[in-house]
Design a protein around this ligand. Structure first.
Ligand SMILES: [Zn+2]
Length: 95
C-alpha cells in the first residue's frame, strides 16, 4: 500500500519518543521523511499525483512527498535541458 512504510516509521518514531528512546526516535523520524520523499519521487515517475491516503493527516509526510514530486520534475527538466546534457553538469539554470 502506497505510503504505509513511511506511516509505520512515523508511528515507530512516536512510540520511541514517548518512551524516551530519543536516538531511535530521531532515526525513525528521519527514515519516515526519507521514505515519504522517495514515495513522492516514485509516484511522480509513475504519473501518480494524488497524495497517498496514509499521509492525509501527517503534514511532515505530505511535505516530504511533495519534495519527492518536485525532485522528480527537476530531474526530468534537467534530462530535457541541452546545456545540462552536453556539459555533464547542471547548467546555471539548473545548478
Ligand atoms: Zn540545464
Amino acid at each position: 500500500m502506497r505510503g504505509l512504510e513511511a506511516r509505520l516509521c512515523l508511528a515507530h518514531y512516536r512510540v520511541s519518543a514517548a518512551v524516551g528512546l530519543a536516538e531511535d526516535a530521531a532515526d525513525q523520524l528521519a527514515f519516515a521523511v526519507e521514505v515519504a520523499r522517495i514515495d513522492g519521487y516514485y509516484d511522480a515517475d509513475h504519473g501518480v499525483t494524488d497524495m497517498p491516503a496514509f499521509f492525509r493527516d501527517e503534514p511532515m509526510l505530505q511535505d516530504a512527498w511533495k519534495v519527492g514530486q518536485m525532485n522528480y520534475r527537476a530531474v526530468m527538466e534537467m534530462d530535457d535541458c541541452w546545456h545540462c546534457e552536453h556539459s555533464g553538469n547542471p547548467c546555471p539554470s539548473h545548478g
